[in-house]
Each structure stands twice: as C-alpha cells, then as structure tokens.
Design a protein around this ligand. Sequence first.
Ligand code: ZN
Length: 111
Amino acid sequence: MRRYAYRCTVCRTTSPVVHHIEDLAAESEGHRLTLHGGHIPDAEAAGQVDRLGRWYASLGPLIGLHARIADGLSDLRDPKGTGHPFWASAAATLVLGSAAALVLGVISAAL
Ligand SMILES: [Zn+2]
C-alpha cells in the first residue's frame, strides 16, 4: 500500500496521508484553490511517504531501503495502518544485515 502526502511550505502544513496518487492531486489542488486562490506555493512538495510519515525522497539509500522493507512487512498485517511494529523493523534490519554478510562472504570467497 503506497502512501502520499502534500506539503505546503507557505502554510507550513502537511496533508493527511492518502493512498492513491489521484487523491494526492485532489488534495494539493484543493489546498491551492482554497487557501492560495489557485496559485502554486513556492517550494511545495508532494510525494510518497513511509508508514512513519517520512518522505522517501529525503531518506538516504540504506534508510530508504530499510523503510521500504519494513513498510512491506508491516503492510502484510495492517495494509492501511501507520508506524512499524518492532518485529517488522527488526526483520528489515536482519534482511539488510544478511544481504551485507552474504555479499562480504561471496567477495571474500572470490579473493
Ligand atoms: Zn498553503
């Protein structure tokens, strides 16, 4: 389940999380029309967020990958919820650690 949010830097507000890109467009358009007379605020942002409300675009590659894995695992039990249960975050860390150990093992075996 994907999650999207719209951020208006003029009003310093972030929209509620929506699950479809069409709802995000309606949210941003509604905000612009209602509060800014249809003008587009400078430096507004819209995009995909993780279950913790963090922008994927602002996360580093490793943290972003961890968030995507933890989001996928969390969505198995609660597709429209927010937050990560401890087990999902721990499992994502374990997956990334195992992958790193596997790569190091293969490299060290090849050398
Ligand atoms: Zn605004």
